[in-house]
Write a protein that binds this ligand. Structure first.
Ligand code: ATP
Length: 591
């Protein structure tokens, strides 16, 4: 496929205003791709070069793209910068200046999708001395042979600004329709995706081997598994009942989730978002080498600072200081990490995903030897709500977040929030008992004092998993620090879009729409019904339509944007409705 053809599809994607429209356009694009191209087309559409866990980054800043545009069009760097300041989008700048290029078209070369991908890959691989020039020259060459519309996407791609608004589920559904003619195979595709986390590989397998190939997928080392997630419940009784009378109850540690992959001496660590974080934690890598007695393994746990002499867990904020790229050794001494292992997915040739929790746990415990840095999570197995309650209180007393109850018979359910894991955190006397993670889709301009920051608040959404769209649940207008306001202003300004993104459903309009990209954690007093928000919106018996909203929302934590969560990891519509019902129940019990 020619890159020009792909760009035609991208332009259509940008102008569609519905998710179904997106599926149709993507379906056509996928159908037109050969089996060699499909993987690359999928990565390009995601705005990456490879699945995120491979950590292949462009290493390209805005300035570098500006220079490439200048070289390719004959304008000065200042001209390009001025235009970019006005347009706010490197893509539009590239489009306008290519259209009005001062240079005669030097090259009549037309890039195929594969050639374009290769040029971009070359840019990502350039490192060390002289790499900046290689990057600029390669990019300038591509822009010089591009039409204005092609140049728009070439300039956006390496800075992560494609702005197509396509999510994982959108791609999976489009693949299903393109290659099986129906939507219903989406679930099987999603299942395969959940255990390899590589959409390009899913596309290639589907095209080459059909659904047979997809159904044969199993776990493999160094392909991280999308994490199992927990539902919420407010009382011990309900948890025991939901778990058929008996459950394992584990402490819920408040650190960061680590998925460990071990093949012999080769060890890699992945974050909750499945980024490769191996280099940040040499102490955990060493512990896996010495304390995990298995040739090959995939296991999961929560890493957090722990003071052995006092037996105290460090607070989340302190633990998070270990997530850094520099001065790693220095911090190891200050904040020694422990890994509380809570699940096992693979051990010496055996795939454990379908094995019941109780057996996985046995195998996990037998693989941990030494237990200096890596320990199995503390737990009890009980049929008694009273005992569960006591274990919960003890956990809180020890400075932990609460508990996670686990269904003894359940397999490991990758990439989904199911009742096989149920979390319970401290309830705040009728107030909303948990924070929620929201996706920013727009922002407001400030009035009065704050207008000098040009920032007046956020329009936030939750993720509706079923429909693969974002529904508004809150407008947050107060409680920001100045640092947060300026952080938001610069981050959001870069992802402004001209109209409501196709996967966002809203009744109210912010001053500016942004591509759904950033997640923030928010605390609220309660969840109320609301006519102005689209979260869980339903027609009432009296004919009106009502959704859900947060009351008195405020942002949690100094670091406003959650870099550890992707937009599809945000709180879902279904969770908000469940939290609303739990909140009503707790209130009734308190009366
Ligand atoms: P939260 O913000 O409450 O941690 P989350 O969306 O990150 O929520 P959930 O699946 O809702 O994730 O809650 C489980 C999380 O709790 C896991 O992602 C993991 O990081 C952490 N955790 C801590 N201890 C345990 C444990 N013993 N078993 C499972 N998860 C645990």
């Amino acid at each position: 496929m020619q890159f020009a053809e792909l760009v035609g599809y991208y332009d259509k994607l940008e102008s569609t205003s519905s998710r179904l429209g997106m599926i149709d356009i993507l379906k056509e694009a996928f159908k037109a791709a050969s089996h060699e191209e499909i993987g690359e087309i999928i990565y390009m559409t995601q705005g990456v070069l490879a699945p995120p866990f491979e950590g292949i980054e462009f290493g390209v800043a805005d300035k570098l793209v500006e220079e490439a545009i200048a070289i390719a069009t004959g304008y000065s760097k200042d001209d390009v910068e001025r235009n970019y300041k006005k347009s706010g989008d490197l893509g539009n700048t590239a489009l306008q200046l290519t259209k009005a290029s001062k240079l005669r078209r030097m090259s009549s070369r037309k890039y195929s999708v594969h050639e374009l991908y290769e040029s971009m890959y070359k840019i990502s691989q350039a490192s060390g001395e002289g790499s900046k020039n290689i990057k600029i020259k390669t990019l300038a060459d591509v822009i010089a042979s591009s039409s204005p519309t092609e140049a728009k996407y070439v300039a956006r791609y390496p800075v992560g600004q494609l702005r197509l608004g396509v999510g994982d589920a959108t791609i999976l559904e489009a693949l299903s329709v393109a290659y099986t003619g129906e939507r219903k195979e989406k679930d099987a595709l999603e299942h395969a995706y959940n255990i390899c986390s590589d959409l390009g590989l899913i596309g290639t397998t589907l095209v080459e081997k059909g659904m047979e190939g997809i159904k044969e997928f199993h776990v493999s080392i160094f392909k991280p598994i999308r994490p199992a997630l927990a539902e919420r419940m407010p009382t011990a009784e309900e948890i025991i009942e939901k778990m058929h009378g008996r459950a394992a109850v584990e402490q819920k540690y408040d650190g960061f989730r680590v998925q460990v992959h071990k093949r012999g001496k080769d060890i890699r660590l992945y974050s909750r978002r499945l980024e490769n974080i191996t280099d940040m934690f040499p102490d955990i890598v060493h512990a896996v080498q010495t304390e995990i007695h298995a040739q090959d393994a995939i296991l999961e746990g929560e890493a957090l600072g722990f003071n052995e002499s006092t037996g105290e867990f460090m607070p989340f904020q302190e633990t998070m200081q270990r997530k850094r790229k520099h001065s790693i050794e220095e911090k190891i001494g200050e904040i020694p990490l422990h890994l509380f292992a809570f699940d096992l997915m693979y051990l010496d040739g055996k795939d454990y995903l379908r094995v019941p929790y109780s057996k996985r746990r046995e195998a996990l415990e037998s693989a941990i030897k030494g237990a200096k840095t890596i320990k199995p999570s503390a737990r009890i197995v009980t049929s008694s709500p009273k005992e569960l309650e006591k274990f919960f209180e003890d956990s809180i007393e020890n400075g932990l977040e609460g508990i996670v109850a686990k269904d003894l018979d359940s397999p490991y359910i990758a990439g989904a929030r199911k009742f096989s894991w149920i979390k319970m955190k401290r309830s705040y006397m009728g107030k909303l008992s948990d924070t929620v993670d929201l996706v920013i889709v727009g922002y407001y301009l400030g009035r009065g004092m704050r207008s000098e920051f040009k920032f007046g608040g956020l329009l936030c959404t939750v993720y509706n998993e079923k429909k693969d769209i974002f529904e508004t649940v809150s407008r947050i207008g107060t409680g920001f620090t100045e640092k947060q306001m300026s952080e938001f202003r610069s981050a959001l300004n870069r992802i402004k879009v001209e109209k409501r993104p196709a996967r966002v459903e809203a009744i109210i309009e912010p001053d500016f729409w942004v591509e759904p990209r950033y997640v923030i954690t928010v605390k609220a007093d309660e969840i109320t019904k609301s006519p102005t928000h689209t979260c869980g919106r339903e027609r009432q018996p009296d004919g009106t339509e009502v959704g859900y909203a947060l009351r008195f929302p405020r942002i949690v934590g100094e670091e406003a944007i959650r870099s550890d969560k992707s937009v599809e990891d945000a709180t879902t519509t279904k969770e908000i409705i469940e939290m609303y019902q739990n909140q009503k129940r707790v209130r009734v019990e308190e009366k």
